[in-house]
Design a protein around this ligand. Structure first.
Ligand code: ADP
Ligand code: MG
Length: 710
């Protein structure tokens, strides 16, 4: 009885006491049933509701009548889609049109090469079309208008700015709008303002409660946009402060060895290379050298497109360490690549006193024990390997420099191994997939960044073409045959090793599996040549030998899976055919294509694909049009978001509340600037920033290991 009474009192409190953590169920007008629906959207508390920003807004304040349209000014009309038409034009182009009935006056909209629009348009649906109209043969036309579909709930409204929220089955737009209004009106004042007045006025920001009210109940588009920006700014500001603090922490953590690249050391290192460094390489080396001569550990990200020659920078830094009697380690994501780096080092250093050790899981336990002992005693100066180099039992004598190659294949944790090791070495992280700007500022936001924008001389852009249909396939193989005859080599890349039942290729489509492609090519298309198979399930010895034979030009064609994706460097290989190319991500295709065009011969990449989905066409088209990895990365990022660009776990879920890294790059840049200033100037410790600073700890303390001991 008493218990029940207690619960009742608690519920009373819940219901009467206004708090942000109050479950939405107890907000007047919501109740358990609606709360159930909201929970499906992840909205449990009042605070969750407030941060559930509109996914967009309908601006009904400026809807024009067709009769009143002005040519060439952005305007919005509202009407019903009455006729949709799609046509193929010459040269594979398409034209999609639709007619919009706006209260009896008509407007025609058209789209070039966006055939997917046709499926997007709902016949009879009511839409807002915004764009610059033109008058042609007595009728108003808009090309590529922005379209907004009006749900049933929206159609009643004529005027105002209507927020639109994400929905779930059973939840109507007008219902969630009503609930949001209640929550905003009754609770928004409880939101704690964390930005001091001086900061807000500097950046022209209104208060948090004001912004929150305006984003949910906007009076105008301008008000909505400004309020939204304000919320996104704070979201990103807090995250960037976290990154700035993290950077400060590792900078203050330990003393790194001072490794000066004197003129003598510099010229001794350069002499070893059979070529002159590019100006991009020289600049990168300049920055690395600056870092190495300070006792603050270097923590630098080197970004460059595939084939730009990043390995040179790694080796340079390693040799500076060796010159000062320090050890260095180079970690690569695959054995194939670790092997290759080991070979490169051996070739460059064949007549030096330095000892180089390859450390992969290929070593027998006796070999490994022996290697580890020599590393511990300092008899080995240069260590190259896979993740085997960061196992617990690897103890360095004096580690000065650690390089992580193809960082995007590793997780953040692996990078942390070096930063948190007792040695405090200088850490250089290299990535082959150029990283979109916004990911650089977040994922890698605590690193200093160096770019190499040029490539070694003589490189020509790889000619890339999409191959579709039997005729085109035959021509491609004929072309490849000719090139092979003149001494070049080819990679044929397949999405799978074996086929599963569901994955039988369409008629005349090339098979999916490396095994089947190997069979087919060695029996038919490429019969006169020496074709070899390489995939991840072969044993280590076989893989290495296959790679070796290809490198030594004992084989002409390597049929493989994506094991060759990263880093492999065989300059005589100038041809690549990728089977079912639509199955690969954009950045991955670019990375694969980076295997060719590394020498002085023209490279050719053939993207075999029978797919005709919008996304596939867009992706493969992007590759045909550009060789610039930075452009490819941005396009990939826009298509698929941060999740797939890096192709690994490390991006995880970026813990941002309202910001979107694809959309909000500019705000991010501003917030990052402000955040780093606050931290570096020490002003973050001022009393007026206490609330902000605490919020950073609460939101990101664990993620960024900011908490002491973390
Ligand atoms: P990535 O940046 O993709 O890791 P690599 O370091 O593997 O590129 O270099 C690609 C190729 O270019 C290698 O064969 C390398 O020897 C060569 N290379 C690198 N720098 C130069 C240069 N300055 N001049 C000529 N060739 C170079
Ligand atoms: Mg490389």
């Amino acid at each position: 009885m008493n218990d029940l009474y207690g619960i009742f009192i608690q519920m009373e409190n819940f219901m009467s006491e206004r708090s942000l953590s109050q479950p939405v169920q107890f907000v007047s007008g919501i109740g358990p049933e609606l709360a159930g629906l909201l929970a499906r959207l992840g909205l449990v508390t009042v605070e969750d509701m407030l941060w559930n920003l509109p996914r967009d807004v309908l601006d009904l304040t400026h809807v024009s009548r067709v009769e009143d349209l002005q040519a060439d000014e952005v305007q919005t009309v509202r009407g019903q889609v009455v006729d949709i038409d799609g046509r193929r034009l010459s040269a594979g182009r398409t034209l999609t049109t639709c007619l919009l009935d706006c209260d009896g006056a008509y407007l025609q909209a058209s789209w070039f090469n966006q055939a997917w629009v046709r499926n997007r348009l709902v016949p009879g649906g009511t839409y807002l079309f915004s764009g610059k109209p033109k008058r042609r043969s007595g009728r108003w036309e808009m090309s590529h208008p922005r379209m907004q579909y009006l749900e049933e709930d929206d159609q009643a409204a004529h005027g105002g700015v209507l927020p639109r929220y994400g929905l779930t089955e059973g939840l109507k737009m007008h219902t969630i709008r009503r609930m949001m209004r209640t929550v905003v009106e009754n609770y928004v004042d409880l939101l704690l303002e964390r930005l001091p007045e001086s900061f807000r006025s500097h950046f022209h920001l209104c208060t948090l409660p004001e912004a929150m009210r305006q984003v949910h109940l906007p009076q105008s588009m301008e008000e909505y946009a400004a309020a939204r920006q304000r919320l996104i700014f704070e979201d990103l500001l807090e995250f960037e402060i976290g990154l700035a603090l993290r950077k400060q922490r590792w900078q203050q953590k330990g003393q790194a060895p001072v490794l000066e690249a004197t003129a003598k050391i510099d010229s001794r290192i350069r002499r070893r290379f059979p070529f002159k460094f590019t100006s991009g390489q020289n600049q990168a080396i300049g920055q690395v050298v600056q870092d190495l001569q300070r006792d603050i550990p270097m923590h630098r990200l080197l970004q460059a497109d595939v084939g730009a020659g990043k390995t040179v920078i790694a080796i340079y830094a390693m040799l500076v360490a060796a010159a000062h009697g320090y050890q260095s380690v180079l970690m690569a994501p695959t054995e194939v690549l670790a092997n290759q780096h080991w070979q490169t080092l051996n070739e460059l250093l064949f007549d030096s006193q330095l000892n180089i050790q390859l450390l992969t899981s290929a070593l027998t336990s006796a070999q490994r024990r022996d290697a580890l002992a020599r590393i511990r005693k300092g008899e080995i100066q240069l260590i190259v390997g896979t993740q085997a180099v960061i196992q617990q039992d690897v103890e360095f004598h004096k580690l000065g420099v650690a390089v992580i190659d193809e960082q995007h294949k590793f997780g953040v944790e692996q990078r942390a191994v070096f930063t948190s090791s007792k040695d405090s070495p200088h850490v250089l992280v290299m990535t082959a997939t150029p990283i979109p700007r916004s990911l650089c500022m977040t994922m890698f936001g605590d690193l200093d960044i160096t770019f190499i924008h040029d490539k070694p001389p003589g490189r020509q852009p790889v000619v890339t073409s999409r191959i579709r249909g039997r005729g085109a396939q035959q021509k491609a193989w004929q072309f490849i045959t000719k090139q092979l005859q003149s001494g070049r080599q080819a990679y044929v890349v397949c999405p799978r090793i074996e086929v599963t039942d569901q994955e039988v290729a369409a008629p005349f489509e090339m098979p999916i599996s490396a095994e089947a492609v190997y069979e087919q090519l060695s029996g038919n298309e490429l019969r006169p040549f020496r074709v070899e198979l390489l995939h991840g399930q072969m044993d280590r010895e076989q893989k290495q030998q296959a790679m070796e034979r290809f490198r030594n030009q004992e084989t002409d064609v390597l049929v493989s899976t994506t094991v060759i994706e990263v880093g492999v460097d065989v300059p005589n290989a100038t041809l690549m055919a990728i089977m079912q190319a639509e199955r690969f991500g954009l950045s991955q295709l670019h990375q694969l294509r980076g295997r060719i065009g590394r020498g002085n011969y023209q490279g050719y990449c053939f993207l075999f694909s029978e797919a005709d989905s919008e996304e596939a066409l867009h992706r493969l088209g992007t590759l045909e049009q550009t060789n610039d990895g930075f452009k490819v990365a941005e396009a990939d990022f826009e298509l698929r978001g941060p999740g797939d660009v890096l192709g690994t776990r490390q991006h995880g879920a970026m813990p941002l509340r309202v910001a979107n890294l694809v959309r909000d790059v500019e705000i991010l840049e501003q917030a990052r600037g402000a955040a780093f200033k606050l931290v570096e100037s020490g002003r973050l410790h001022d009393l007026e920033y206490q609330a902000l600073s605490q919020q950073v700890q609460t939101r990101f303390g664990r993620l960024l290991s900011l908490t002491p001991g973390g």
